[in-house]
Write a protein that binds this ligand. Structure first.
Ligand SMILES: Cc1cc2nc3c(=O)[nH]c(=O)nc-3n(C[C@H](O)[C@H](O)[C@H](O)COP(=O)(O)O)c2cc1C
Length: 322
C-alpha cells in the first residue's frame, strides 16, 4: 500500500460528498465545494472508450489539483476490456484517490451503448466489468447505482457482486423510470446499507440541511451525495455540517455568496480560459436564482466573455435579498 493512500474508512462520518455531475463537478467547482465543507468530491463521468483512445477532449476532464483531494474519478462504459485498459491508465497516469463506476446514468446516448443504467440491468456483465476494474487498479473502487432499472434492484446487484472488494456505493434513490424527479426509496437504501459492508452514501433530492439529516436518520447511511441541491449553493455543505453538529445553521450571507462566485469565476477563467467563462455562465444563473432581479442579471451574465465583466456586473449590482 502507498504511504498516505486514501481510504474510505478514514473519512469522518457522516460523509458529505459532492456527487458526480457531468458539466458541473469540474475541477474549479470541486475545489469550491471542498473549501466549503465537502468531505470528498466526485468528478464528471469519463468514458472508458475515450480513455482507451486517449481522446484529447477527455484530457481536461482528468485534470485536478491536490487541494481537491480526496477526489474520486468516475468512469462509464460497457466493455470489460475497455474498463481494464482505462483502470490501468487512471491508476498509472491520473492518480485520483478512488475510481467509481457509473451504473446510474439514464441519458439516451449513454444507455444505448449498454453503459450507465443499462449496465446495472445486465447483472452478469456488471460483475465482469467490476472484476476487470479491480484486477487493473490499486485504487479503492466504488460504484454509483440507482434503486432499480428494468426490474433489477440495487439489492440484486449487491447479491451478484458479493465478495468483490468494493469500498463504497452511492445510491441514487430513484428508479431508471423516475429519471430525476419524484421521491427517493428510503426502505431500499436502508436495506442496501444493511447488506453492503463498505461505505454507503444516500443520494437524491437533498436540497436542505434538514433533508440531509433526515435521510441519514431514516437510512442509517454513512453519508450523502449532494447534486442539484448544491448547484449555485455550494455553501449547503457548510450549512449541512453546521446543522448535523449543532442543530442549526447560518442563512447565506450575500457578501459571502458574491465572494464564492468571484472565486469560482476566477478559477474557471484561469484554468480553462475563455471556455471557462462560458461554462461559468450557467453557474452564475444558478447562484442568482433566488435574488430579486435574477432574470435581468442572468441575461447580463450570459453575455459575459471575461472574468472582468463578471466582476463588473457584481460591482454594479451587489447581491441583496430584497
Ligand atoms: C447535470 C447533471 C449531471 C450529472 N452527471 C452525472 C455523472 O456524470 N455521473 C453520475 O453518476 N451521475 C450524474 N448525475 C446524477 C447525480 O449525481 C445525482 O445522482 C442525481 O442528480 C440525483 O441527485 P439530486 O436529486 O440531488 O440531483 C448528474 C446529474 C445532473 C443533474
Amino acid at each position: 500500500m502507498k504511504i498516505n493512500q486514501f481510504t474510505w474508512e478514514k473519512l469522518k462520518k457522516p460523509i458529505l460528498a459532492l456527487a458526480p455531475m457531468a458539466g458541473v463537478s469540474d475541477s474549479p467547482y470541486r475545489l469550491i465545494c471542498r473549501e466549503l465543507g465537502a468531505d470528498i468530491v466526485y468528478s464528471e463521468m469519463v468514458s472508458v472508450a475515450a480513455l482507451c483512445h486517449h481522446s484529447p477532449k477527455t484530457k481536461s476532464l482528468l485534470e485536478f489539483t491536490d487541494a481537491e483531494r480526496p477526489l474520486i474519478l468516475q468512469i462509464f462504459g460497457s466493455e470489460p476490456e475497455q474498463f481494464a485498459v482505462a483502470a490501468k491508465f487512471v491508476d498509472a497516469e491520473v492518480k485520483p484517490d478512488g475510481l467509481d463506476i457509473n451504473f446510474g446514468c439514464p441519458v439516451r446516448d449513454v444507455i444505448k451503448t449498454g453503459a450507465g443504467c443499462y449496465l446495472m440491468k445486465d447483472l452478469a456483465r456488471s460483475r465482469v466489468v467490476l472484476e476487470a476494474v479491480l484486477a487493473n487498479t490499486t485504487l479503492p473502487v466504488s460504484i454509483k447505482v440507482r434503486t432499480e432499472v428494468g426490474g433489477v434492484t440495487v439489492l440484486d446487484l449487491l447479491d451478484k457482486i458479493a465478495g468483490l472488494d468494493l469500498k463504497a456505493i452511492m445510491i441514487h434513490g430513484r428508479t431508471f423510470s423516475q429519471k430525476f424527479s419524484g421521491p427517493i426509496n428510503i426502505e431500499l437504501i436502508k436495506e442496501a446499507k444493511k447488506r453492503f459492508k463498505g461505505v454507503v452514501l444516500a443520494n437524491g433530492g437533498l436540497h436542505t440541511p434538514e433533508s440531509v439529516a433526515q435521510v441519514l436518520a431514516d437510512t442509517g447511511c454513512d453519508g450523502v451525495g449532494l447534486a442539484r441541491g448544491v448547484m449555485g449553493r455550494p455553501y449547503l455543505f457548510t450549512q449541512a455540517r453546521e446543522y448535523l453538529e449543532a442543530g442549526k445553521y447560518q442563512p447565506p450571507v450575500f457578501v459571502d455568496i458574491q465572494k464564492i462566485i468571484l472565486r469560482q469565476a476566477k478559477l474557471m477563467a484561469e484554468t480553462k480560459g475563455p471556455r471557462g467563462v462560458m461554462e461559468m455562465r450557467k453557474h452564475l444563473g444558478w447562484y442568482v436564482h433566488d435574488f430579486p432581479g435574477a432574470k435581468k442579471l442572468r441575461a447580463r451574465f450570459y453575455a459575459c466573455t471575461t472574468y472582468a465583466e463578471i466582476e463588473q456586473i457584481l460591482l454594479d449590482n451587489p447581491l441583496r435579498f430584497g
